[in-house]
Design a protein around this ligand. Structure first.
Ligand code: PLP
Length: 391
């Protein structure tokens, strides 16, 4: 008989009752070091006092009012994101897929507003993951996810990541923009060469296209900068955000330059929940921590440290691991053994990690971890490798 909770996930048979920092606890007293962070989402870890107080306090005042009225928490969050980024204006929604849908709508609408309504197609990359709505499945382009859902939504073309010639060859008079993850998360923690991102900007300028970055997974401080594209010093037109922006509370955002954003006029796009007082109170609390002086530098340093120690782990276990990739606290362990078997062995050793494509084991811990957490994760990974070897 089908479970009452629709079985769309192969869930591990474990449930957490409570969390503290980078640790999660079960009701029978077991504890797990969380280096998955709810898939790069619990950016402040679990039970962070500033975030939980902000949510509780806002919930007791007013949670939801609709976007028919001013929402001061959203105005403040948008202003802070604008101050801290390339963007001139922000639209709030509830998830990564929704932010990406909005990003595509924004790009198409801007082309329409600029008198080029035939330019609707978006160039995406092989290995991408942009979400599970019908249009974002088409943008993702992965046959496995598209199977059984009928004709893919039209308007998306795909080329290999990092191949500028392929990008240029794929641009047609119908192309409106390019969307890329500066680091592909689900795709295997594949980091775009900064030069490639800059070359995309050049191509967009040359052909009059908009450049969109999907920073749902790699953004909001995860690489040691607020947004991962900042490392490449490249100016986007639109960026999507979600996951870490609410620290575990559902929140997404589309950040855009005025040139693009001005085309979304009243009535052209909307949401019931997006940017409500509760979600934006969470977003503001996350920003209080992430934008505090020195925090992002700390994330970068700890990421470097983790990468270095993972390098040592790889050297000690060449039969299990092949290398390290990624940036900041979005790192991937390239596996020789099966990443799924390793993920299971890590769970046995009390370490939560997340498998990704290309046989990679993804580490995306809360941004508030300490050196002691890093050392503990390495110890548990060593044990997981030994466990796998014994099996
Ligand atoms: N974009 C990227 C880069 C992602 O990693 C994800 C989720 O993993 C999404 C979009 C979809 O986000 P959501 O699951 O919140 O819709």
């Amino acid at each position: 008989m089908i479970p009452s909770l629709m079985p769309t996930y192969n869930r591990a048979d474990i449930a957490f009752e409570r969390g503290e920092g980078a640790w999660l606890f079960t009701s029978d007293g077991r504890r797990f070091l969380d280096f998955g962070a709810g898939i790069a989402t619990s950016s402040l870890g679990h039970g962070h006092p500033h975030l939980t107080c902000a949510i509780a306090e806002q919930a007791s005042r007013v949670m939801h009012v609709s976007n028919l009225y001013r929402v001061p928490q959203a105005e403040r969050l948008a202003a802070r994101l604008v101050d801290a980024s390339f963007a001139d204006s922000v639209f709030f929604c509830n998830s990564g897929a929704e932010a990406n849908e909005g990003m595509v709508k924004l790009i198409r609408r801007a082309m329409h507003g600029l008198g080029q309504p035939a330019r609707t197609r978006i160039l995406c990359f092989e290995g991408a993951f942009h979400g599970r709505t019908l249009a974002m499945l088409a943008a993702t382009g992965n046959a496995k996810y598209l199977e059984g859902f009928g004709e893919p939504v039209a308007g998306f073309d795909h080329v290999p990541l990092g191949n500028l010639n392929a990008v240029r060859n794929a641009i047609t008079p119908h192309t409106a923009g390019i969307i890329v993850e500066p680091i592909q998360g689900e795709g295997g923690v594949r980091t775009c060469d900064p030069r490639f991102l800059r070359e995309l900007r050049t191509a967009c300028d040359e052909y009059g296209l908009f450049l969109g970055f999907d920073e749902v997974q790699c953004g909001m401080g995860r690489t040691g900068r607020l947004f991962a594209h900042e490392w490449a010093e490249v100016r986007p037109d639109v960026v999507s955000s979600a996951k870490g922006i609410g620290g575990g509370f559902p929140l997404g955002a589309i950040l855009a330059t005025e040139e693009v954003a001005r085309h979304l006029t009243p009535g052209s796009h909307g949401t019931t929940f997006g940017g409500n007082p509760l979600a934006c109170a969470a977003g503001n609390a996350v920003l209080d921590v992430v934008l505090a002086p020195g925090f992002l530098d700390g994330v970068g340093c700890l990421g470097d440290q983790l990468a270095e120690q993972l390098g040592g782990l790889v050297a000690d276990n060449r039969d299990i691991f092949a290398g390290v990739r990624g940036r900041g606290l979005l790192l991937g362990l390239e596996c020789v053994a099966s990443n799924a078997a390793l993920q299971a062995a890590c769970l046995e050793e009390g370490l939560l990690v997340v498998a990704a494509a290309q046989n990679v084991l993804r580490l995306a811990p809360p941004l508030v971890i300490t050196q002691a957490d890093v050392d503990e994760a390495i110890t548990r990974l060593q044990r997981a490798a030994a466990r796998l070897r014994r099996q």
